[in-house]
Design a protein around this ligand. Structure first.
Ligand SMILES: NC(=O)c1ccc[n+]([C@@H]2O[C@H](COP(=O)([O-])OP(=O)(O)OC[C@H]3O[C@@H](n4cnc5c(N)ncnc54)[C@H](O)[C@@H]3O)[C@@H](O)[C@H]2O)c1
Length: 425
């Protein structure tokens, strides 16, 4: 049976996906797999994928398992066989596509960060609120919540295993921009991406901090820096056809990487025949924050940590214990129970592959670990579950808006050389 046909007895839900490069491939994997692993009353049908180049989007549809291809996202939204619109494009198109899809009565899954600024995110959250009243679901793609070890960490914090939280410490380190010859792709342009490492990597760790702590950051002090201020301009067609892959073909480099080239990059100098344009986003952001409970938070997001490929690490310290996690060892969670006698207490490794760990009941026997791609299967599972049951969806567009407010406060604080900046509730 093709993924484009529903399983007998299950309510089919048509998916229409916009964008088919890194996240498009990862989401396709999630949609193709979810119904084969989790027992759900609904079955996703991969109805249509949308891109701007007709030939390329048809090839992507064949490769990724989509029944049809569209070259205009408005046409995708208008299709009767599309119930869920899955947005896998750069941030400059999230708001327009998401609001149009919600107003057309569709459920929406939108990649992170929710938008390129707070105003767009507010409009999206308002549209999602109106749609919720009509029974529609809108989720933002903070997929790391769906790493079983991190869902377990949240469960343990909520159960009080750490006691009162004192420190919430997160770093997200990559190194794909270290080479000054790396081209000026969309991720390096404010009008396309909103911000740099801050919105790309920082958004994930802000969401995780708020998810794990169970409360929202109240204020921040921040520094940001752009280490390489001009980069070579690239020909979008060359990049889109695979002429430039930082690592792993369509995927680009890890969370970041190539993918698509520059459109509208402000032209700079010419050196050795290569034209350069200005980088208009941060390369790194370092910030501290406060939670209303009194816990302190610290964050570091950078694309310049040589040797670190996708190192999302965190440690939570509470009065009664601590938890530590490293995405590069994502089946493991370290736990220190501070209520144990000091003589035998200490960090121990929990191998998060037991059937009563989050999401694991549907997968392999204990010890047969999961990977990055499974977070997208779990994301699809949670979205479909919310649609089928009417349960509240998490992370919602309101959660995405709260992250956007933190990102804006970080930029405001950094512009004032780290002045503590309050975040509106
Ligand atoms: N959740 C994660 O871990 C994660 C990882 C990477 C990227 N992202 C997010 O996913 C989004 C996409 O990033 P990516 O890495 O997949 O980028 P990418 O450059 O690999 O792919 C972007 C896709 O969008 C398409 N596109 C751009 N504008 C379009 C338009 N107007 N209409 C139709 N298609 C259009 C491009 O052709 C391409 O297929 C971004 O918001 C990014 O922040 C999330």
């Amino acid at each position: 049976m093709r993924e484009t046909e529903p399983e007998a007895g299950k309510r089919p839900l048509g998916v229409g996906m916009v964008g088919y490069a890194f996240m498009g491939a990862a989401h396709s994997q999630g949609w193709r797999t979810v119904g084969r692993v989790f027992d759900l009353p609904v079955e996703p049908v991969l109805s249509a994928v949308c891109g701007r180049d007709g030939g390329a989007v048809r090839a992507a549809a064949d490769r990724l398992g989509w029944a049809a291809a569209e070259t205009d996202w408005r046409a995708l939204i208008a299709r009767d066989d599309v119930d869920i619109v899955d947005i896998c494009t750069p941030g400059d198109s999230h708001a327009e596509i998401a609001v149009a899809a919600l107003e057309a009565g569709k459920h929406v899954l939108c990649e992170k960060p929710l938008a390129n600024n707070v105003e767009e995110a507010e409009a999206m959250a308002e549209a999602a609120g109106r749609a919720r009243a009509r029974g529609q679901v809108a989720m933002v793609g903070f997929n790391y919540r769906r790493v079983p070890a991190l869902a377990l960490a949240r469960r343990m914090v909520a159960e009080g295993r750490l006691g009162a939280l004192r420190h919430v410490r997160l770093t997200y380190l990559q190194d794909w921009l270290v080479d000054p010859e790396f081209p000026l792709t969309w991720r390096l342009l404010k009008e396309r991406a909103g911000s740099g490492a801050l919105g790309d990597l920082g958004a994930h760790i802000v969401d995780l901090a708020q998810y794990l702590a169970g409360e929202r950051v109240a204020g921040v002090s921040a520094l940001t820096e752009t280490f390489v201020r001009e980069r070579p301009l690239v020909d979008e067609a060359a990049v889109a056809s695979g002429g430039l892959a930082a690592a792993g073909g369509a995927a680009g480099g890890a969370e970041g990487g190539a993918g698509v080239g520059v459109e509208g990059g402000s032209a700079g100098g010419i050196a050795g025949g290569t034209r350069f344009g200005a980088v208009t986003v941060d390369d790194a952001a370092v910030f501290t924050g406060r939670f209303p409970s009194g816990a302190l938070a610290s964050f570091e997001a950078t694309r310049f940590a040589t040797g670190r490929k996708n190192a999302l690490r965190l440690e939570l310290n509470g009065a009664d214990g601590s938890l530590a996690f490293d995405l590069e060892r994502l089946n493991e969670l370290s736990f220190h129970d501070h209520t144990e006698p000091a003589a035998s207490a200490g960090f121990r490794r929990i191998l998060v592959t037991e059937p009563d760990h989050p999401y694991l009941e549907a997968w392999w026997p204990p010890g047969h670990g999961l990977g990055y791609e499974h977070t997208f299967v779990h994301q699809a599972r949670d979205l479909l579950h919310a649609i089928a049951t009417g349960a509240e969806v998490k992370p919602s567009f309101a959660d995405g808006l709260s992250v956007q407010r933190v990102l804006a406060a970080v930029e405001e604080s950094a512009a004032k050389n780290s002045v503590y900046t309050q975040i509106p509730a």
